[in-house]
Design a binder for this molecule. Structure first.
Ligand SMILES: Nc1ncnc2c1ncn2[C@@H]1O[C@H](COP(=O)(O)OP(=O)(O)OP(=O)(O)O)[C@@H](O)[C@H]1O
Length: 258
């Protein structure tokens, strides 16, 4: 099932002394996909993750179709941005996506268990049992009653992964999820992220510098094509035109908005 489909998306980021522009002619995601956005520092990996996560508004042209409401509906998030539909964007953001950042970003005043059930509650599907089962799989069941400041960095990342999955999203976006960890911990956290994403059939997109790590976990690499004048293009060919080894998805046709 196609869960996300971008066509001709773009964004321009301007600061006092420079302009950066990003374009995404085509990018489709299906359940079970595992993509790594790869590129040098400043090439726009986080910018694209933020656009996909509906945390950054793209330019008005182009479409960003996202499967919503348990798969029953497809919504054009860029049309929602254009219409200023903040309420609908908020609902889509919290139900369709799980998000893992470089360093945890757990709510510091809640326990681990409360962090895990928080997005479930927002989505009206609170299940302490499900959250505990996930914590068990990620090796953090023993710290459910602790607050995040009483965890190691590796434990925080495992809790972040559990939190990103606990409300059963279709898509998990992870921005440098292992960058704050040592080599062994990075490999273990990536293993858990990939394993759980696969078990739950979610599409996983990570931004990463670590080509060797991503390749060793079977990610399809989507490289930043950096053009002169601070322009970056991220493009994923449709399945039939990808090089051999280009990931598990096939015939990724754009879903239709209903
Ligand atoms: N708030 C901002 N205003 C204007 N330009 C910005 C802003 N934040 C980032 N940029 C620019 O956008 C470009 C892309 O940044 P982005 O953080 O997406 O890159 P990245 O590939 O994720 O980098 P890194 O690997 O270092 O995290 C950079 O050239 C950066 O200077």
């Amino acid at each position: 099932m196609t869960v996300l489909s971008c066509r001709d998306l773009a964004v321009r980021r301007q600061s006092a002394d420079s302009t950066f522009s990003l374009s995404v002619p085509r990018l489709d995601l299906r359940t079970g996909d595992r993509l790594a956005l790869m590129g040098q520092s400043g090439s726009g990996k986080s910018t694209l993750i933020n656009i996909l996560a509906l945390a950054m508004r793209p330019d008005p042209q182009g479409s960003l179709l996202i499967r919503a409401e348990g798969g029953r509906k497809v919504v054009d998030a860029n049309a929602l941005w254009r219409k200023g539909r903040d309420d609908a964007l908020t609902r889509l953001r919290r139900s369709a996506f799980g998000y893992v950042q470089q360093v945890g970003c757990l709510l510091p005043f809640l326990t681990v268990e409360q962090n895990l059930t928080f997005t479930q509650t927002l989505n009206g599907r609170r299940s302490v049992q499900d959250a505990r089962a996930l914590a068990e799989r990620l090796g953090v069941a023993g710290v459910l009653k602790r607050r995040p400041d009483a965890l190691s960095v590796g434990q925080r990342q495992r809790v972040s992964i559990a939190r990103a999955l606990a409300h059963r999203p279709f898509i998990v976006l992870a921005d440098e999820p292992t960058a704050s960890l040592d080599r062994d911990n990075a490999a273990e956290v990536m293993r858990l992220l990939v394993e759980q994403a696969q078990e739950r059939g979610v599409a996983l997109v990570v931004a990463s510098h670590d080509l060797a790590l991503c390749e060793s976990f079977g990610f399809e690499i989507v490289p930043a094509q950096v053009l002169p004048g601070a322009q970056t293009v991220f493009h994923r060919e449709p399945a039939g035109r990808r090089p051999v080894g280009g990931g598990p998805s096939a015939r990724a046709e754009a879903p239709r908005v209903q």
